[in-house]
Ligand binder design. Sequence first.
Ligand SMILES: Cc1cc2nc3c(=O)[nH]c(=O)nc-3n(C[C@H](O)[C@H](O)[C@H](O)COP(=O)(O)OP(=O)(O)OC[C@H]3O[C@@H](n4cnc5c(N)ncnc54)[C@H](O)[C@@H]3O)c2cc1C
Length: 657
Amino acid sequence: MASDESKATGGESQDDATNLRLQQKYAEEAAKRFRSDGVAQFVDLKDASSDRVRALKDDPWADHSALNAKPAVKDGARYKFIILGAGYGGLIYAANLVKSGVVSGEGDVLFLDAAGGFGGTWYWNRYPGLHCDIESYVYMPLLEETGYIPKNKYADGPELLDHANRIAKHFDLDDKALFRTTVQSAHWNDESKVWHISITEDRGPEEESRRLELEAQYFFIASGVLTVPHAPKIPSLETFSGYMFHTSRWDYSVSGGKPDNWNLTGLQGKRVGIIGTGATAIQVVPQLAKLAKEVYVFQRTPSSVSWRGQRPTDPEEWKTKIAAKKGWQIARMKNMDRFLTDAAREGEENLVADSWSRVTAYSALVGSPRWGIIEPTPEKIDEHVARLYKLDQPYTEQVRARTATIVKDPDTAARLTAWYPSWCKRVTFSDEYLQVFNLPHVHLVDTEGKGVDSATKDGLVVAGKEYPLDILVLSTGFRTPGHGGGNPAERADIRVFGREGKSLHDKWDEQGASTLHGLYTNGFPNLFFSAVAQTGQAANFVFTVTVWAEHIAQVVADAERAAGPRAVVEVKKEAEEAWAVEIMKRAAWYTSILGCTPGYITSEGQALQTPKDAAEMVKKARSSGWSEGMESFIQLLEKYRAEGSLRAFEVVSATAS
Ligand SMILES: Cc1cc2nc3c(=O)[nH]c(=O)nc-3n(C[C@H](O)[C@H](O)[C@H](O)COP(=O)(O)OP(=O)(O)OC[C@H]3O[C@@H](n4cnc5c(N)ncnc54)[C@H](O)[C@@H]3O)c2cc1C
């Protein structure tokens, strides 16, 4: 009879063998999808060479006559805070500035946004089926302050958009925005100690656009993570003679229905093609299947689709459990995050208790306090990666088994099965998506990882076969958040010039990501930005921005207490460098993404390439996140604040100089 120890060893080696086989299968599947052109296989719609494809980025929602009727913003006007981006991010920053008492009156805040209204992601995206994938009780910002109770566990697009306007109204920000406005550049003037911000206001088809320069004491960049719609460079796409649109600019004049009524009568009798099977397509495809004559779903990489469990909010549960105590929302955000970062406390209840909150191996991407600093020896890294695969295995196996159970045709089921770790693509949840592939008029066109070959006047071509279509939906996503190595100016498509005219692009090109906590950078006083590098990260983006915004608001409030209302606050170079060292020490945590299939998380595989020299390796390590998870990042910020939030900054008064 085997001893307990040998049984354990035998069990472990069996586990290791399964783990290895799984990793081999993942590697084979990923290999089908790598392309040498990486992100260059896509084009941002705004940069497409064809007029037709470029026009797909235009705003279908702006009410030009109502917006033109508003009082004009004057050239040269000065504001205390200018915030680029009026999405949830920009709104959360502004709300926290209001709460901290640094916003006092008219002319204090101005949002600038290319959109025609508040909402950001939820302004642009209005496709049928749109919902947040994170539970609405933790995703919809500032629920305690606004007193709003979400209708369902997962809010739909119209409710998410309404909520953006609710926040703006609640904090008296609703008339403090210049919409349809693209920011081009921002220059710091070291004499007047203000930012000069160059913008173009589009006034619709009837009026000339206006070029203005505004001034701001503080400039915030909240330009989002998935904002610039793009499409694969499919040869002859512009020659397709049917209707075509991107999911982020849905054309209800073609599909029928409205953003708040998904009765898509325009699809009746029509052959509809949709390119893409990511998180958006999972929500759209079931809506297309309701009325279209035929639906063709063109797939490069299947999504991992687990159960959703949508349900109405129970008012009793809301009152007595969910929102029973003050501070419940941040506590619930943290609770979900602990489950996702493999850091739940002994006996802790999973309050959100949905599929998302069980994807513990997502910690590969958002960090975890599990390990702390990894000494980057080969054995340690191998052990770390193997542990994550093991952690992920039950979840991915359950998702694969679910696919096989739901989809009746075994070949279709096999093609819809996701073979990559959970941290490689946004995990998705739906109780409808896989099911529609059992309908006779819904066809999966699996491109074996290669993507669509070309377009013709009549449809799309895959592996030599033409699929005739009347309507083509591009569910092809957005420019990758990693674009520009975490340079916030690059993500917003603007140029930012700090002290002595130094450009943020040059700073990033020379030394890679350089910030304190991801949020501010030396040489660029009174500039704050949403981060993708050198910061805490979470699956729930609103949680992350809430943490950043609270901290930044305190930095500004403390700076004004120290130096008065014309404070100039700039992070010290040594604080920034010390932080970069902390980030680099922990960068080996992210080694697990090396086993990923290409997608937006790995910048289409580019993030997996071996650095060409030591300098590039350092830059790459500097652009990592804080690998110990969001809760540890919060504790770190709290400690900073307790010890005096300004110790890493130079603070002076503009009036004193
Ligand atoms: C379809 C979809 C579903 C999503 N679902 C979830 C979810 O369930 N959970 C989750 O955590 N995250 C989700 N996300 C991510 C989502 O983007 C964030 O949660 C969050 O809404 C981002 O807020 P933000 O304000 O930072 O950016 P955004 O909402 O993207 O807003 C940024 C704004 O900046 C403007 N802008 C950018 N550059 C310029 C410029 N140069 N000049 C003027 N304006 C500019 C844009 O027009 C935009 O309106 C989703 C994203 C998409 C696309």
